[in-house]
Design a protein around this ligand. Structure first.
Ligand SMILES: C[S@@+](CC[C@H](N)C(=O)[O-])C[C@H]1O[C@@H](n2cnc3c(N)ncnc32)[C@H](O)[C@@H]1O
Length: 277
């Protein structure tokens, strides 16, 4: 009996799981060793304790370009130029580096600037040219700066817009308080639901990234509904955790798609972008 036939014969017996155990053990050990090594490196080199930042893998970045292309109906080549645009925005990168180094929270922030899936937010703003964006959940203001940077480029192309950024924490948004980014940002402190209800201008692009409980996310999409401009797009940063935006899209007759990011060299499994349009 040759090797193949012997293995087939074993596979038919109750000994099969025992025979396969060493190979299975090696596979899972190899995977876990990689996770442990990346985690140990992160523990020693990063200072972040929440809202982690990282780059996307090359493949994940490419899938993001296609995601934006399909959902915003622009050629993928165009989307790739938008992704490169934000990645090569040196004034923004330097500003974030310097503002982080000077902030009270510098002990809990990494020096290197990494936008992760936010480069997709940037491309969506460049592709759809919203006049008014609303972002719920600001934290340091990294996403706000990315959105503002896209709005400034749109303005240079003759299509200006503003972002209203909502956070309950009075200390939120310190990265977005410098010019020129601050010139297109309206930072509103308070509970997002009350702030959404107080909006007095139609919303072209809405991004949920605040309290990620299912109930709060659902209430935000309900609250913003009467404020939306025709053809508005809805985004959620919570798409890997809840199905709220998909359900909202189905109820309101929209299409829905989700992208899941893959962080490069990070233990965190990543978040994603949900879009309804
Ligand atoms: C994940 S962070 C936002 C990240 C940010 N969009 C970015 O790009 O880095 C979540 C933020 O939501 C804020 N938040 C939590 N509950 C909120 C609420 N009910 N209303 C407004 N903001 C809230 C928190 O203070 C926190 O700054």
């Amino acid at each position: 009996m040759d090797g193949t036939n012997f293995r087939r014969a074993i596979a038919r017996t109750r000994l099969a799981p025992v025979a396969a155990f060493p190979k299975r053990l090696m596979r899972v050990a190899k995977h876990d060793a990689r996770v442990i090594s990346v985690s140990a490196k992160w523990l020693l080199t990063s200072r972040e304790h929440h809202n982690y930042t990282y780059d996307l893998t090359k493949l994940s970045r490419e899938h993001l370009a296609w995601f934006v292309s399909v959902t915003c109906d622009v050629p993928v080549k165009q989307v790739r130029t938008y992704l490169t645009e934000i990645e090569e925005d040196e004034p923004l990168r330097q500003h974030i580096e310097q503002a982080t180094a000077a902030s009270d929270r510098r002990g809990l922030a990494d020096r290197r600037v990494r936008y992760a899936r936010r480069i997709g937010w940037y491309a969506i703003v460049r592709a759809t040219r919203p006049k008014h964006i609303v972002e719920t959940g600001v934290d340091k203001g990294l996403g706000t700066c990315v959105l503002a940077s896209a709005l400034l480029r749109n303005a240079a192309d003759g299509e200006p817009g503003r972002v209203t950024s909502l956070d309950i924490n009075p200390e939120a948004g310190y990265l977005a308080k410098s010019e020129p980014w601050a010139s297109v940002v309206d930072l509103v402190i308070g509970d997002s639901l009350a702030s959404i209800k107080a909006l007095d201008r139609p919303v072209d692009l809405f991004l949920h990234d605040s309290n990620h409980s299912t109930g709060h996310e659902r209430r935000e999409f309900q609250a913003v509904s009467p404020k939306l401009a025709p053809g508005a797009r809805l985004l959620t940063d919570n798409v890997t955790v809840t199905n709220v935006l998909a359900e909202h899209a189905e109820k309101t007759g929209r299409r829905f798609l989700a992208y899941r990011e893959t962080p490069a060299q990070h233990w965190y499994p990543g978040d994603g972008i949900g879009i309804a349009w």
